[in-house]
Design a protein around this ligand. Sequence first.
Ligand SMILES: C[S@@+](CC[C@H](N)C(=O)[O-])C[C@H]1O[C@@H](n2cnc3c(N)ncnc32)[C@H](O)[C@@H]1O
Length: 357
Amino acid sequence: MEQSQIERTKRHYDLHANEVIPRKHALIKRSQSQTIQLKRFHNEVKRSLIESFATRADHVLDLGCGRGGDLNKWFDAKIANVVGVDLSQKEIQEAIKRLHELRSKARGGVIRNRLVDTFNARFLQSDSLGISSPILFASNRHQFDAVTCMFALHYFFGTEHSLRNLLTTVSANLKVGGYFFGVCPDGRRVNDLLKKHNGTFTGLVFSCHIKNEDLPSLQFVSMEKDSRFGMTYTFALKDTASDVTGEVEDSDGSIEFMVFEDLLIEMAAEVDLVPVLEYDRLAFGKLLSLEATKYGLFKHFIPVYDNVEELETVSKLNCAFTFVKVDPNNQSDRHTMGKRQLGYEEHEFRGEVNDTA
Ligand SMILES: C[S@@+](CC[C@H](N)C(=O)[O-])C[C@H]1O[C@@H](n2cnc3c(N)ncnc32)[C@H](O)[C@@H]1O
């Protein structure tokens, strides 16, 4: 990942944190927001993932934790220790503030929530994710039971190095048998949307633009591995972290990179991370599409919102992903598993993907 990209993303999220308004006002604003349904749905997906793959975990690492929007989910899932890491110092400060609020609420409630005495969260600012590899976040030599990356993986698809460094860090911190999971936009769907709209989409609630120099890649003329890193677009969704206004160079929104499922599977296999293909239908049947797909890793969001069709379009760009870490010594077939998923001759996306709403 280039330093300039790191600096740009950091500025973006520092500015976002500056827009923080008092909690009471934030809740009123939120309830009036056009995107409230979408936020609820996305939170429900994250909650279900945390409950399915990290409930009662001793140690969880969250990469790109932002302002601690998942604090309540971790607490409710009875996770004992969470380490949250983010690039933005300002988002980290906000997360720490929210942690204090959660603690005093849990202590001061009518029925004191005893979990508060055992719940422990630490938030760290780091410029090194995707740059250094690996970074160990465990304090006293334990490994993590789960590592999460919620709506942040796309920042690491700038270069092959950046993704490899991130995945090496994930694996170095994760126990064998532990899960690496999260949510992210599916690059193929972003690409389809942009292709359909000639590289630029401006709607009522969100906008998405390909960065000028990348227009030819919309055709996927060259699908070599290298050329699918750094496919840049700007994205802004009303009333969310991506929608930062003000005098910033990237006032079009957040600058992001397309995430490709097959590349992710292939590079994760190098560090002993293998896709989880089956999800619990009871927990996810109303949230994610669980149909068998080409690679099987990405489970796309299937939201139903009232009135605003565009909200469904933007929501359906996203998917959940989960890997399990296998033992490099005992699982001699781990690479085969990854390769079987990929089907080597299928590296090119030849056809259109028509399932983007
Ligand atoms: C869309 S926010 C998601 C925040 C949170 N995970 C959530 O789901 O609400 C993306 C976050 O990724 C962080 N991020 C982007 N690039 C990063 C990097 N290289 N290292 C650490 N954090 C990064 C941003 O600062 C931002 O807080």
